[in-house]
Design a protein around this ligand. Structure first.
Ligand code: ATP
Length: 487
């Protein structure tokens, strides 16, 4: 296993041990690519969602939120193209019966070539793959796999079926009696709930183009290659925003949202050199431009967010299938014609980020096994999560040095003052060093310790997670220090 793979495994174990992420229904041996979030995980997830929601809706006066249902009228998915097009090219190994997404199979092989020092060959292979995918040339892709002798990781053979399309939507029945039932889908993206509500929102919130609609919620995809922990799940959460614009202005807005979304990531203090843009060569059926924001996870550079110029594809399709007009009347004057812009179907720029992937990104950035040199020259390691304070599940741990001498009472008073403002944690068990380490492992940015001196001068020791520095401050300063860090 490479160092990076080891690191990824360490993050997965740590996430479980400290109540961040559990395998779903673990007592029954789990369910593949489905996960539950534990006490700290659900807090971190909520904090990421809140940070996104606030930056989209509160800080952009022209963006409003909705919360649409997961189930939608089945025609929605016919209109959106998902029934016919939401599929990935797959290939099966005849010996192991294992099914692979073609791009993942080839990319996996390219990664192994790179690890073996053959970067030029890997790049050449990926270029050839992109060109063939762009042409939907499945016979060519199969030859590429066979010519490079790309083998199944289980059987070790190159005995492959032809490449076929496999739809990723989950279906179920609505209605209690089977004759009455109709097939419906679990939404594979949250975006369509926004498109079908376009006029409801525009009218009731009295929005003027350009404006956006934001939404967070669950999406479901029957992913074939479901490994890599919460990177690729079958049930996951998206945070999407559709920005409705005048036709012809899409290039400007596409650029605006590309930069704005990258700035959102960097605003958390995440390192710029771990990010890059990746332009799509093969565009989805609805897009005229698309880019991924990629982050360097321990498993390599991978997509965390997509920005798509979706043209008027979705609204026009829903107009066609529903027979209802989904147009906007723009009474601003067009300087070229001297007349109002009039009626049109708006164009759309979409920003779409996976909440779970962002969660994994934060863990990947935060997780660290630090080697510390003690005064006597010996070494020790500490596991610490450098989670940005704004996102940390617990902001402040309040720790009386002992259980007696009135120290817990002072600690409780600090808790009472701070807990309405942010999440705090109280603990009086164990040695103080052990308690600090536990908070480091959870990612708590601040600890305050109450000792006998506190009773004399109203000061406590504050310990900073990242630097491990300790200093004495007044009790009255504690709340503001934390608020400033998460503000
Ligand atoms: P990928 O190429 O990784 O399958 P995608 O291009 O299909 O992703 P989009 O349809 O653009 O993804 O979805 C937007 C975002 O939703 C992605 O950037 C990703 O963060 C998230 N996402 C998509 N599929 C999954 C999944 N199976 N598990 C977790 N997050 C996902």
């Amino acid at each position: 296993m490479s160092i990076q793979e080891n690191r990824f495994q360490a993050i997965i174990s740590h996430a479980k041990e400290y109540g961040y992420v559990f395998a779903s229904s673990e007592i029954y041996d789990g369910l593949s690519a489905v996960y539950d979030y534990g006490p700290y995980g659900s807090e971190l997830k909520k904090n990421i969602r809140d940070y996104w929601w606030k930056s989209m809706t509160q800080l952009h006066e022209n963006i409003v939120g909705i919360d649409a249902a997961i189930f939608m009228h089945p025609t929605t998915w016919k209109a959106s193209g998902h029934v016919d097009n939401f599929s990935d090219p797959m290939i099966d190994n005849k010996d192991s019966k294992k099914r692979y997404r073609v791009d993942h199979l080839i990319e996996g092989y390219a990664d192994r070539l790179k690890e073996a020092g053959n970067k030029a060959k890997a790049d050449e292979l990926l270029q050839a793959m992109d060109a063939l995918l762009a042409k939907d040339d499945y016979a060519g892709l199969k030859s590429l796999i066979e010519d490079n002798k790309i083998a199944c990781q289980i059987s070790g053979t190159v005995n492959w079926t032809d490449i076929r399309q496999f739809n990723l939507m989950f279906s179920t029945q609505i209605g209690s009696v089977s004759e009455e039932s109709e097939t419906i889908y679990l939404r594979p993206e949250t975006a369509q709930g926004i498109f079908v509500n376009f006029l409801n929102v525009q009218k009731t919130a009295r929005m003027k183009v350009p404006f956006g609609i934001a939404q967070t919620g669950k999406a479901f995809r029957n992913e074939i290659v479901a490994r890599q922990f919460i990177f690729r799940m079958r049930e996951f959460e998206q945070m999407e925003m559709q920005f409705f614009i005048r036709p012809g202005t899409q290039k400007v807005w596409y650029e605006y949202w590309k930069q704005t979304r990258l700035a959102w990531h960097l605003g958390l203090g995440l390192p710029a050199d771990k990010y890059r843009f990746h332009d799509h060569v093969k565009l989805a059926h609805y897009a005229d431009a698309a880019v991924d924001i990629e982050y360097e996870f321990p498993i390599g550079f991978k997509e965390v967010e997509g920005i798509h110029s979706r043209t008027d594809f979705d609204l026009s399709q829903h107009q066609k299938y529903s027979n209802k007009k989904l147009q906007y009347f723009d009474n601003d004057i067009n300087e070229e014609t001297g007349k109002p812009y009039g009626n049109y179907v708006p164009y759309v720029i979409e920003t779409s980020i996976g909440l779970d992937r962002m969660f994994l990104l934060v863990l990947s950035h935060a997780y660290d096994e630090e080697v510390l040199t003690k005064e006597d020259g010996s070494t020790d390691t500490r596991t610490v999560m450098h989670i940005p304070p704004l996102l940390a599940p617990i902001k402040l741990a309040v720790l009386p040095l002992t259980k007696k001498d009135g120290l817990p009472e002072i600690a409780r008073a600090i808790m009472d003052e701070c807990k309405p403002a942010f999440r705090c944690f109280y603990e009086e068990k164990d040695q103080i060093g052990k308690r600090y380490r536990r908070q480091d492992a959870i990612g708590t940015p601040f600890c305050v310790t109450i000792d006998n001196q506190t009773k004399e001068d109203q000061t406590v020791t504050i310990r900073y997670r990242d630097s491990m520095l300790q200093e004495r401050i007044l009790i009255s300063e504690v709340k503001n220090i934390v608020l400033k860090a998460i503000g």
